[in-house]
Design a protein around this ligand. Sequence first.
Ligand code: 2M8
Length: 450
Amino acid sequence: MKSLLEQPAPTAPADHLTLRRGAARVLIDNWTGSSTVPSRTLYPHQWSWDSAFIAIGLRHFSVRRAQQELESLLAGQWADGRLPHIVFNPRVPYGAYFPSPDFWQSSQAGRAGGAPASPETSGIVQPPVHALAAWLVHCSDPAESDRRGFLSRMYPGLTAWHDYLLTRRRLADGGLAAVIHPWEPGMDNSPCWDRPLARVEPADAFRRADLANGNPADRPTDLDYGRYVRLAESYRAANYDDRTATHRFAVEDPAFNALLVTSELALARIAAHLGRSPEPHTERAAQLTRTVVDRLWDDKSGLFRARDLVDDTLIDERSVAGLVPLIIPGLPTDLVNALVETLNGPGFRAPATDLVPSYDLTGPSFDPKRYWRGPAWFNTAWLIERGLRTHGRHEDARRLSRAVVTEAGRSGFAEYIDPATGEARGARNFSWTAALALDLLHTDKDTSHD
Ligand code: 2M8
């Protein structure tokens, strides 16, 4: 590993070996001893879906670290099954990130939900990529995984996590898992949230830490931040209890639920590997697939849209979240065809980079720089690449895979890039960018992507 550390991270297109070294170096530098920070500057704790993506990359050079990444995240799980979106590192000063542990007060306010006494965590969640990550980590070295009992240790926590989403978070009868804060779907200030967020009175007293480390032109506005804070405060005031909390923001997100389907299918494989019946998971995945299609498909736009549960309507915005359900293996063929057409159409094909913008290039709120309102991200490209491969669209998948690898290296493993110019935006040496580029560099030789 030392020799990897000695290599500089690449800043220009380079051969694959240099890129692998650069990506590994980012992951080594961002490792804290038990998990990986998304970014040393902007995000100095452990984030939930980041860790799942990071484990998928880490498995290519340290299976043990990949396992530890997921295990340390699950150490923050609550007794009600929720997997919090941040697990705080007690060694990091409160001022380094807002909202910090003293804002969330998980060990106090989360007591009813069974929040651990330590570590401190947030009270909200992020997309359920974890069972998929656990399965992929297992596949990269099954003997080592079995020897350490990795899957049998992960399985109970992962099923409890999905049960939480499909009980406490099923807010509409016969509905999907709902997100109750824009941070939960992970695409924080997507234009999709503008309308539901407009109902929320912003909080006025808070001190942002992100602007000290990030460019204000890239980050959410103060008004949006005020609304995020208000929503989190009112959830905390309800002791994070989904049975009693009133949710002013409640949305069924297509990417979040597509990842739940995919992770249920991963749980089915994990269960079978452990000698249990996979059926409860495959049945759940099939049921959820039908519900995602029934409730979120929009034929007119050729993609899935988020459903606002406050007024029970589809949100009239086209974002990359609507393309991520390509990852669902059981999607009807006509929908797969429509999604691929949308992906290659004027709204989502950014010819200069070949990556996928986070929001429709022709949409009214498109912004090439501001985070989740247009820039291209590497995790969504990775998910769509996997979806394309799942449905036998190998040529499109290869193009996207090449784009991820090239742009990750060229941008210095940026958090996101301008989809038209490839200009790096947000944090650099960003962990999931490095991890997922590393993964795609290995994909050809990988048998775990079936
Ligand atoms: C961003 O979100 C955090 C809040 O969770 C923030 O802006 O402070 C998002 O991009 C999210 O998807 C990601 O998990 C997180 C850490 O990379 O940063």
